[in-house]
Design a protein around this ligand. Structure first.
Ligand code: GLN
Length: 490
């Protein structure tokens, strides 16, 4: 049952020699063998590689290494299949990269390896991280471990489902408009999207470069803090990473919330939210107030423009970033009579419908004659949205919202209605537009069926430690994060 442990529980056991990294890895592999046919979180499991890494970790432990210097030594993790691991497939959930193998490690992967982590394999996602349900993967569905008829969220659906079903101890995803926080909320685990620039994006395949951040998914807040501490930091290979010192996030978990101000944006608890989600989040506000936080009503007046702004900027950047998949440099090539026909055939066959929709939309808003009306205007609104947050943070230490307007929806329910799908991100998207940090922590369940609900905390630029502190104190006062889907513990 070692697969059920958190990072802190497992490393404590490893340090006391109560188990080996190989046993922990084998426990995760056994769980994968048992539940994967139902969950479908993995695109690829590297069994031999994982066991070999586990043996190295065991030898390192035996030689006296400690978790003080290698915080993830012997801990089995997995990564969303959009983060490059040398020698491993890097499909981005797309046919166009179906047979592509990464020639290099992302910076976060170098850091995980240095910290002693064991990488189990590649996790499913919406194609190029475009989506909110993982239904846009070219390869397979991922199902929510709490209800196999439902989506796990997206685009990091495989990441959240793998952690929630105890197939891995923790995992990394990426978040451009909510893709770490939303699936974490819908699967009942913790997800953090740090401030833009906190984690290097070197080796993260670009979707919308001004919004993309790597994020951590874990079973509790302490684990999220540990993982973030390992992967965060300035990287000269990513010019958007920021030379900010990385605090010791674990030391922020003091349980002390007295005097902190909690902003409640009046634009967020609006009509359209599921009544159970609303009631649950209101209970969480009361709980945080009881722990010493002072609720303060605030206003983020440009909230109503966030989705429209995002769906101009993200497709614009995506259309530019995805131009590199041309049949020449990476992955799939479908031959044609001349290069133009080859490009067209390759991209026609290689990209799925949602990716094509974004490329067309993005090309349109960037084209001459429309650039000013759409792209430039969206950039201006984006600045207003960021200013809303910076102004609010003059008054409060963190802002609280639901992570999603409702719990996990049924597979197929929104698949043919892109606009409904886009609305799923209504609470998560502004955080990326503003470049601030955000976290989702479990805060309750719907009654029937029993589905997890997430509480979102938004923080100041580089204020991750504050968010972790608040979420941790909340976790200590509640038991939501301890509940696992029946399938995960059967
Ligand atoms: N659902 C949003 C989109 O489709 C966000 C995805 C993400 O954060 N990668 O763009």
């Amino acid at each position: 049952m070692l697969n059920r442990l958190t990072v802190s529980e497992l490393t404590a056991k490893l340090a006391r020699r109560e188990c080996s990294a190989r046993e922990a890895t084998q426990a995760c592999l056994n769980q994968i063998a048992r539940v994967e046919e139902h969950v479908g979180a993995f695109l690829n499991v590297d069994t031999a590689g994982a066991l070999a890494q586990a043996d190295v970790a065991d030898a390192t432990l035996k030689a006296g290494a400690s978790h003080a210097t290698q915080p993830l030594l012997g801990v089995p993790l997995a990564l969303k299949d959009i983060i490059a691991v040398r020698g491993q497939p890097l499909t981005c959930g797309s046919r166009i990269l179906e047979h592509f193998v990464s020639p290099y490690d992302a910076t976060v992967v170098e850091k995980l390896k240095t910290a002693g982590a064991i990488l189990l394999g590649r996790l499913n996602l919406d194609e190029f991280a475009m989506g909110s349900s993982t239904e846009n993967s070219a390869f397979q569905l991922t199902r929510n471990p709490w209800d196999l008829e439902r989506i796990p969220g997206g685009s990091s659906g495989g990441t959240a489902a793998a952690v929630a079903s105890n197939e891995v101890i923790a995992a990394l995803g990426s978040d451009t408009g909510g893709s770490v926080r939303q699936p974490a909320a819908l699967c009942g685990v913790v997800g953090i999207k740090p401030t833009y620039g906190r984690i290097s994006r070197y080796g993260l395949v670009a979707y919308a470069s001004s919004l993309d951040q790597i994020g951590c998914v874990a079973k509790d807040v302490r684990d999220a803090a540990t993982l973030l501490g390992v992967v965060a930091g300035y990287d000269p290979r990513d010019s958007t990473s920021v030379p900010q010192p990385v605090p010791d996030f674990a030391s922020a978990l003091t349980g002390e919330l007295k005097g902190l101000k909690l902003g409640l944006p009046r634009e967020y608890l609006v009509a359209g939210i599921d009544p159970e989600v609303k009631a649950t989040v209101e209970a969480a506000i009361a709980r945080l107030a009881a722990l010493g936080m002072e609720p303060v009503e605030i206003s983020l007046p440009h909230t109503e423009y966030a989705i429209a702004t995002y769906y101009v900027i993200a497709p614009a950047e995506a259309s530019a970033n995805l131009a590199r998949f041309d049949g020449v440099r990476y992955g799939l090539r479908v031959d044609g009579a001349d290069p133009i026909e080859m490009y067209a055939r390759t991209r026609g066959a290689g990209f799925g419908a949602e990716v094509k929709r974004r490329i067309i939309l993005g090309t349109y808003v960037l084209s001459s004659g429309y650039y000013d009306a759409y792209y430039l205007r969206a950039q201006k609104v984006r600045t207003l949205i960021r200013q809303d947050f910076l102004k609010a943070f003059e008054q409060v230490d963190a802002i609280m919202t639901p992570t999603t307007p409702s719990a996990a929806f049924k597979i197929g329910e929104k698949a043919n209605d892109p606009l409904q799908m886009y609305l799923e991100d209504i609470f998560t998207i502004s955080c990326n537009l503003a470049g601030i940090c955000g976290l989702s922590v479990p805060c309750g369940f719907t009654a029937s069926p029993r589905l997890p609900i997430g509480l979102q905390l938004l923080g100041k630029p580089f204020g991750e430690a504050d968010l972790l502190r608040i979420a941790h104190a909340y976790e200590q006062a509640t038991d939501w994060h301890r509940e696992r889907a029946p399938l995960a513990v059967a």
